[in-house]
Design a protein around this ligand. Structure first.
Ligand code: PMP
Length: 448
C-alpha cells in the first residue's frame, strides 16, 4: 500500500503534538497511523487514496456511517450557518432532551455535555453530592473516560491510579471489582456500604473485549444498591442507542438505573456527552441544586441537530434491523472461521458490535444454541462451543503482540480497518453492506 502521505503527516504531527495524535488510541496502529482524508458509506479513504472497510466508525458515534442522510446533513448545515453557538439556550436542546426522555424510561431529565468523559465525571459528582458519600464501585477492565475517579487499577483492597498524575488519595475512593462477581460486590458493600455513593458500570463491558453480563447480574446490582441507598449508574456511552435500539441496553436488560451516561451516537458524530436520570436526582445539578456543573459548549446547537436528526432517522427507518443483521452475520461467519482456523480465539459481541479476542480463557457457559452448528455445544472441547468471557481476567491474557502483527500486518493490508487495540469493540453502521461483511470475513480467513 502506498503510504507516503500518511508517513509525512505523522512526521509533521510528531513534532507539534505529543505522540503525534490528539487521542492516545489513534497512535496504536504500527508503525504509524494512516491519516484519514474522508469517509464514504462504511468506508474510509486515507491520505494516500487507500480505501478501507471501516469497523471503527469514529469509535462508535457513526450509527449511520459516513454519509449522513439528507435530513441529517441539511439540519446540521442549517444550524451551523445560522451561527454556530450562543451561550444562551436554544430550542433544539429542548427537542433533543424531549426525544431522549420519551424513549429511555429511566431518563426523566437530561443534561448535555461535550464528551463521555465529562458525562461520567459529572455523574460521579452528582452521585456523591446526592448521597453525601465518597466511594464509587467500578468494574475491573471497564473504561469511563480520561477522568480521575475511574482511571484506577488493582482491586478493592489495593486500588491504584492507572495513570501518572493522579494522587493515590483519589483512587482510595474508588473500589474496582470483577464484573459478574456477586461475591466481590457483596464484600465491597459489607466493608464500605455506608460510604458507597454509586456503582458505575457499563451494562456490557465494551472496552475490554465485549463482556456480557450473566443472567441476573444487573438485577443483583439494582437490589444491592437499593438496599444500601447507593445509586446505580449505567455508562451507556457506547451501548446507548446502539444495543437495544432506542431504549438502549437498559431496556434490553429491563433495568432502571438511577443515572445513565451517554455520548457518541446521541451527538450524531459531533462532540457530545450527557447525564440522564431520575428528576429528583438530576435536580441536584446547579442551578437547580448545589452540585456544580457547567460548560461553554454544552448542548451545542450543531451537535444537537446532528444527534437528534440521527436518532429520528433511526426511529423512522430500518437502521437497527440492518446493523444488527450485519452484526449477526459477522459474528456467525467469524465463529466458523475461528473454529476452523484459530480455535484458541473467541468471537464476542451483540447487536451491532463484534470482536475477535485472541484468547479462550475462563469458563465456557453456553447460551446461544445456534453458535454450534455441529450440534455439540454441550461439549467444551468442541471448537464451536459458545465461550463467553465473564470478566476482565478472562480477557486480559489475550495475545496482544500477535493480534497486533495479524491486524496491522494483514487486515489493514487487505483494506479492513479494525479497532486500534485488542480490547475495544468494533461497530456496524447503516452505511455497511453485505459486500463489506463478505470482504471482511475473507480478510479474516486470510489473516488467521
Ligand atoms: N464511557 C465509555 C463506556 C466509553 O467507552 C468512553 C470512550 N470510548 C467514555 C466513557 C469516554 O468518552 P469520551 O471519549 O467521549 O470522553
Amino acid at each position: 500500500m502506498n503510504d507516503e502521505h500518511s508517513r509525512a503527516l505523522y512526521d509533521r504531527a510528531l513534532s507539534v503534538m505529543p505522540g503525534g495524535v490528539n487521542s492516545t488510541v489513534r497512535a496504536a496502529i504500527e508503525p504509524y497511523p494512516f491519516f484519514v482524508q474522508k469517509g464514504d458509506g462504511g468506508h474510509v479513504i486515507d491520505a494516500d487514496g487507500n480505501r478501507y472497510v471501516d469497523w471503527v466508525l469514529g469509535l462508535g458515534p457513526l450509527l449511520l456511517g459516513h454519509d449522513l442522510p439528507e435530513q441529517v446533513r441539511a439540519e446540521v448545515q442549517r444550524t451551523a450557518s445560522e451561527g454556530p453557538m450562543y451561550g444562551a439556550p436554544t430550542e433544539i436542546e429542548v427537542d433533543h432532551a424531549e426525544f431522549v426522555v420519551r424513549h429511555v424510561p429511566s431518563v426523566e431529565k437530561i443534561r448535555f455535555v461535550n464528551s463521555g468523559t465529562e458525562a461520567t465525571t459529572s455523574a460521579v459528582r452528582l452521585a456523591r453530592g446526592h448521597t453525601g458519600r465518597n466511594k464509587i464501585v467500578v468494574m475491573q477492565g471497564g473504561y469511563h473516560g480520561a477522568q480521575e475517579t475511574t482511571l484506577v487499577e488493582g482491586d478493592a483492597d489495593n486500588p491504584r491510579p492507572s495513570s501518572a498524575g493522579i494522587p493515590q488519595s483519589f483512587s482510595e475512593h474508588t473500589i474496582p471489582v470483577p464484573f459478574n462477581d456477586e461475591d466481590a460486590m457483596r464484600e465491597a458493600f459489607a466493608k464500605h456500604g455506608d460510604d458507597i455513593a454509586a456503582v458505575l458500570t457499563e451494562p456490557i463491558l465494551c472496552n475490554y473485549g465485549i463482556v456480557y453480563p450473566e443472567e441476573g447480574y444487573h438485577e443483583f446490582l439494582r437490589e444491592i444498591t437499593d438496599e444500601h441507598g447507593s445509586l446505580l449508574i449505567f455508562d451507556e456511552v457506547i451501548t446507548g442507542f446502539r444495543v437495544g435500539g432506542l431504549g438502549c441496553a437498559q431496556s434490553e436488560f429491563d433495568i432502571t438505573p438511577d443515572l445513565t451516561t451517554f455520548g457518541k451516537i446521541i451527538g450524531g458524530g459531533f462532540p457530545v456527552g450527557a447525564i440522564g436520570g431520575k428528576a429528583e436526582i438530576m435536580e441536584g445539578f446547579t442551578p437547580a441544586g448545589d452540585v456544580f456543573q457547567a460548560g461553554t459548549f454544552s448542548g451545542h446547537p450543531v451537535t444537537m441537530a446532528a444527534g437528534l436528526e440521527t436518532l429520528k432517522f433511526a426511529a423512522e427507518n430500518d437502521v437497527y434491523d440492518h446493523v444488527n443483521d450485519l452484526g449477526d452475520r459477522l459474528r456467525r461467519g467469524l465463529t466458523d472461521i475461528v473454529a476452523d482456523q484459530a480455535p484458541n480465539y473467541t468471537v464476542t459481541g451483540t447487536d451491532s458490535m463484534f470482536k475477535v479476542i485472541f484468547t479462550r480463557d475462563g469458563p465456557a457457559p453456553s447460551s446461544l444454541e445456534e453458535q454450534c452448528p455441529a450440534g455439540c455445544r454441550q461439549d467444551p472441547t468442541c471448537p464451536r462451543y459458545d465461550y463467553s468471557p465473564k470478566n476482565a481476567a478472562d480477557v486480559k491474557n489475550a495475545e496482544t503482540d500477535r493480534w497486533r502483527r495479524i491486524f496491522w500486518g494483514q487486515m489493514k493490508e487487505q483494506g479492513v480497518f479494525l479497532s486500534q487495540n485488542q480490547f475495544e469493540c468494533q461497530f456496524v453502521s447503516y452505511g455497511h453492506t453485505d459486500a463489506d461483511v463478505e470482504e471482511t470475513l475473507e480478510a479474516y480467513k486470510q489473516a488467521l
